[in-house]
Write a protein that binds this ligand. Structure first.
Ligand SMILES: Cc1cc2nc3c(=O)[nH]c(=O)nc-3n(C[C@H](O)[C@H](O)[C@H](O)COP(=O)(O)O)c2cc1C
Length: 306
């Protein structure tokens, strides 16, 4: 699998997830066999303002190669200034978010709002392609409104604007995460463009992964299942890593401790703790107890209790 001139070890990609795919979680998923990792979405405006919290999102781990950064915004000029500033130079791939359905993003005209504005979306892709020598990719949903289906037209437009790959989550913005996806939507795009197509949505095991591959997509991107189950990447890649859930949680915490202090880890880890607990015996009880945890050691006590 190649995106532009960037070789990817396998066809498994960890999805960008705000508040989830921090440096430590990406390192963990890479360890289990993710061929490509992507940062959480990063605001181009915030980068221009040199926002400290935003700059932290750009940290990468040793060996995170290749690595993609995902950026979002609604003003082509902002994208150009960020790309020309050099702040993203360490990344191999620049991904543009045209799928985020979160109200605070959409109300600014960012993320999935761009699906309603073909000419602006085209201008942003063209500008990014001109402003960097790295491959530019786009991640999008099927459309904006409930029954919208702009996918094939939009995908062709993005290809024409110079993008090197496209990721498709075949739900509309209005659907958010509800309803079943129709993987035929991905198949239709694959048959309409020549650039690599990355299929995304509801891949949770070998069966759903193989089903996704039936679309002809070049790669599969996995999001929510990896949370609480980063070993999904070894299961799908065939990488032989035999760790118990407890060992996986300990490994995740060891990696987090390389980068952050305990107070910060307690904040970022709680979401993962809930997800890990869901895969364990007595999940309901453990999740109830986790809801009262304030410190990392309290969380560890719940997760590791026999
Ligand atoms: C907590 C959370 C945060 C997300 N943040 C982003 C993001 O920053 N950028 C993005 O393009 N998609 C984001 N997504 C969407 C995922 O990348 C992915 O498209 C979606 O979850 C569907 O894939 P899945 O069924 O494998 O989870 C997010 C999803 C979740 C659950």
């Amino acid at each position: 699998m190649k995106i532009g001139n960037i070789e990817i070890e396998n066809n498994l990609i960890l999805a960008p997830m705000a508040g989830v795919t921090d440096i430590a979680f990406r390192e963990l998923c890479k360890h289990f066999g993710a061929g490509l990792t992507v940062t959480e979405m990063v605001s181009v405006k915030a980068l221009l303002f040199k926002n400290k919290k935003t700059q932290l999102l750009l940290e990468t781990f040793l060996g995170e190669k290749p690595c993609a950064v995902q950026i979002f915004g609604h003003c082509a000029d902002d994208f150009e200034r960020v790309l020309k500033s050099g702040v993203l130079d360490k990344f191999d791939i620049i991904d543009i978010n045209m799928g985020c359905p979160a109200p605070k993003i959409v109300k600014n005209g960012d993320g999935s709002a761009l699906l309603k504005n073909f000419s602006l979306a085209r201008e942003i892709v063209e500008t990014c392609v001109k402003s960097t020598n790295k491959p530019v990719t786009v991640k999008l949903r099927k459309g904006f409104y409930e029954n919208d289906d702009v996918l094939v037209l939009f995908a062709k437009m993005i290809e024409g604007a110079g993008a090197s790959a496209i990721t498709i989550h075949p739900r509309t913005k209005s659907q958010n995460y509800s309803g079943k996806i129709d993987i035929n939507d991905i198949k239709k795009v694959k048959e309409s463009v020549k650039i690599p197509v990355i299929g995304n949505g509801d891949v949770v095991d070998i069966k759903s992964y193989e089903n996704m591959l039936k679309t002809g997509c070049d790669s599969v991107m996995i999001g929510r299942r990896a949370v609480g189950c980063p070993e999904i990447f070894s299961i799908l890649s065939g990488k032989n890593i035999d760790l118990t859930k407890t060992e996986i949680i300990k490994l995740h915490l060891d990696i987090l401790k390389k980068y952050y202090d305990e107070k910060f880890i307690a904040k970022v880890f709680i979401r993962h703790a809930f997800s890990y607990a869901s895969f364990e015996e007595g999940a309901v009880e453990k999740r109830k107890k986790l809801a009262f945890c304030k410190t990392l050691s309290e969380m560890e006590e719940v997760l590791f209790e026999k």
